[in-house]
Design a binder for this molecule. Structure first.
Ligand SMILES: Cc1cc2nc3c(=O)[nH]c(=O)nc-3n(C[C@H](O)[C@H](O)[C@H](O)COP(=O)(O)O)c2cc1C
Length: 190
């Protein structure tokens, strides 16, 4: 089976979580294509926090296909494009608001809008704190429209030994939402 996913990294703290998700998708044999977008501010946050550029991410695997956030005419902007779901990690409060109100003015918000109208999985890993009423209402709107709201709130029950372990565990929990199944020793065993 050949799976295709879309991953967007927005301008919020925690781009390492997006990178960890990307690495997990690369590792999954059944994934043939990962459509990657990094917003303009996302590029700045990615560089600040991970010292990586989008091109560095592309060099990780031939599965990755980089799309410009400005190209609203790309394939993933259309409901006719077949894929298995989209993740935004980290998702800025700005992107959350744009998607919640149907403002499809760039490829990230348009592709997310298409996921909702086509009933495809859309996982939004919001990174903001504290949350104002607008953020909270936007999360409810998106939840009701079918999105999975999964803020960057990693669990600590697996006793992560370092940051990488923490990013990795959160990445697996996000991918669980898209049906990812592997022998993850960090699953809670009771
Ligand atoms: C260094 C930096 C860090 C930021 N961190 C956050 C953040 O953690 N959460 C957030 O919602 N916005 C954050 N912002 C603001 C967003 O990047 C800004 O609202 C931007 O317009 C979001 O657009 P984007 O989703 O297209 O990247 C940050 C901006 C900068 C420059």
């Amino acid at each position: 089976m050949s799976e295709k996913y879309t991953l967007a990294i927005c301008g919020a703290s925690g781009s390492a979580f997006g990178v960890a998700i990307l690495k997990k998708l690369i590792q999954k044999e059944s994934v043939s294509q990962i459509n990657l977008m990094v917003s303009t501010t996302g590029k700045r946050c990615l560089l600040d926090e991970t010292q990586l550029r989008p091109e560095d991410l592309v060099s990780l695997s031939p599965k990755i296909s980089l799309r410009s956030d400005q190209n609203v005419g790309a394939d993933i902007a259309s409901g006719s494009y077949r894929h298995n779901g989209m993740i935004i990690a980290p998702c800025s409060a700005g992107a959350l608001g744009r998607i919640a109100w149907g403002v499809s003015n760039n490829l990230i918000s348009r592709a997310a809008d298409v996921c909702l109208k086509e009933r495809k999985p859309l996982v939004l890993c919001l990174r903001e704190t504290p949350l104002n009423r607008i953020h909270l209402e936007n999360m409810i709107r998106l939840h009701d429209a079918g999105a999975i709201i999964m803020p960057v709130m990693p669990g600590f029950y697996s006793n992560p030994k370092d940051f990488e372990d923490l990013f990795d565990t959160f990445a697996l929990r996000v991918l669980d939402q898209l049906g990812y199944s592997d022998q993850d020793p960090r699953r809670w065993k009771g």
